[in-house]
Design a protein around this ligand. Structure first.
Ligand SMILES: *Cc1c(COP(=O)(O)O)cnc(C)c1O
Length: 461
């Protein structure tokens, strides 16, 4: 299996190189040259497989550079850290199916991909005799999941910048209480945008980037998408066994990574009827699907902060397919977008988008109302991100369709919103109990690129 860029200006590369490259060097995103097809016979054979075995079957179609035994070990090690034997169990509450993606070490769905990516990086670096310094900015969730994915790993150091005192206290503790020597937390006296701008500047300094072998873990890495494809299959099997048909996945969406994995599963041949894209008020993607309007606005803060995003990085991968895999059209669309802040689509293209996707914006009031109503009906607590998806499903799924909602975070991670909606403070699961009493380590620095560069130079190996 070879990988190509959505912008069409690199020679095809193998899976391992695609993982190490992250963002394609022509500015595009990497995709498999062909998406493997899964037929009815294969689906029947996979139906009863436990999560890890299913992951091995699916991933080995894409990761053809890695010997199957090694891939199996990587998968096993990645999902040993999940506290639920099923990894992503499917439950039924108040008439909707919920895929619980939050049983990993940081209680958000990003663990499903980042546990795997951490192990994969370690494996590939060892094979190549290389080292890597991962540098990233976080407003909360991605940072802790990335740190947890690489803590204690050989040949990797990780530097995560977060805005000092501007994440939730729990999110900061989930990062700063990880004391492994290869983990370096930097609290920046500034905003998330300051953190992100500093990280961008470091990556744009090519001599610095090369000298320190900077690596990224953001959601543009193909391995993250691949790890997420697995739970669409797993959930589809559980729901169809239980009698569900015409399955519609409702996906709380920010960077379009999670829902794009669902699109890949659908293109492989998994009979998903439609993908329902749910956003909060930061709704450029909903406007695109319902009105054909892809134009940016300002980011507004909401109760579902991991979805407070306007320009979704993985959207380019979908555009590549929408434009019939024509990289020239992708380049053209992004060049125009950079100039005008808008993208235009033909009526035929929009008709195709609407065959594959539905979309809904869910407001803050609706999010709180959904958490409250769901708790009242079933006793089940939804986190605010998951509630956005559940509300969209309740509004948009019709007739014979079966809604399947992805639960992307544990309610205790966003306890304030849950408390505001229901009056109940969700109890911490064992993974977080007592975290505020643990020792922590973190460097507080000014929002100054030079200070942060000096810190990385001092600590990097
Ligand atoms: C990252 C995240 C999302 C959004 O996922 P994307 O892949 O960026 O669309 C939704 N919910 C939670 C809790 C997240 O951490």
């Amino acid at each position: 299996m070879r990988y190509i860029s959505t912008r069409g200006q690199i020679a095809p590369i193998g899976f391992n190189d695609a993982v190490m490259m992250g963002l394609a060097t022509d500015g595009g995103l990497l995709l498999p040259q062909t998406i493997p097809a899964v037929d009815r016979e294969m689906l029947d054979a996979w139906q009863g497989l436990p999560y890890r075995e299913l992951a091995l079957r699916i991933m080995s179609l894409f990761a053809t550079d890695i010997p199957e035994d090694d891939l199996k070990r990587l998968i096993d090690r990645s999902y040993d850290s999940f506290e639920n034997r099923e990894i992503t169990p499917v439950v039924r509450e108040d008439g909707v199916y919920i895929v619980e993606l939050f049983h990993g070490p940081t209680l958000a769905f990003k663990d499903v991909a980042l546990q795997f990516l951490g192990n994969l990086f370690e494996y590939l670096l060892k094979e190549r005799g290389e080292r890597m310094n991962i540098v990233g900015a976080t407003s909360g969730d991605t940072g802790s999941a990335a740190i947890c994915g690489v803590r204690g790993k050989e040949n990797i150091d990780i530097f995560i910048l977060h805005p000092h005192l501007k994440t939730s206290p729990i999110q900061a503790l989930q990062m700063t209480t990880v004391l492994d020597p290869n983990v370096h937390n930097i609290a920046v006296k500034g905003t998330f945008d300051d953190c992100q701008n500093i990280v961008k500047a470091l990556f744009n300094d090519l001599p610095f980037k090369e000298r320190y072998a900077l690596g990224a873990v953001n959601s543009i890495n193909w391995a993250r998408v691949l790890a997420q494809v697995v739970y669409y299959f797993y959930a589809w099997f559980r729901v169809s066994e239980a009698g569900g048909s015409d399955i519609v996945f409702a996906v709380p969406t920010g960077n379009f990574g999670d829902i794009f994995a669902g699109y890949v599963a659908k293109r492989m041949g998994l009979p998903i009827k439609r993908l329902l894209l749910a956003t909060n008020e930061n709704n450029i993607l909903t406007r695109f699907i319902t009105e054909g309007d892809y134009s940016t606005g300002a980011v507004v803060p909401t109760l579902s902060p991991s979805m407070d995003i306007q320009v979704a990085s993985n959207f380019e991968r979908y555009l590549f397919y929408l434009f019939d895999q024509d990289p020239a059209r992708v380049r053209d669309a992004f060049a125009r977008f950079a100039e005008t802040g808008r993208m235009e689509f033909t009526p035929a293209e929009l008709a195709r988008v609407r065959e594959e996707f539905a979309a809904r914006t869910v407001s803050t009031d609706e999010t709180l109302g959904t958490i409250a109503a769901f708790q009242k009906e079933s006793g089940y607590l939804l986190d605010p991100h998951t509630a956005v998806g559940v509300k969209a499903a309740l509004e948009c799924v019709t007739g014979e369709e079966t809604p399947v909602c992805l639960a992307t975070a544990h309610p205790a991670k966003f306890g304030d919103a849950v408390q505001r909606a229901t009056g109940i403070t969700p109890p911490f699961p064992p993974a977080l109990a007592g975290i505020e009493k643990l020792p922590s380590r973190c460097q507080v620095l000014e929002a100054d690129q030079r200070a942060i560069r000096a810190f990385i130079e001092e600590k990097a190996r």
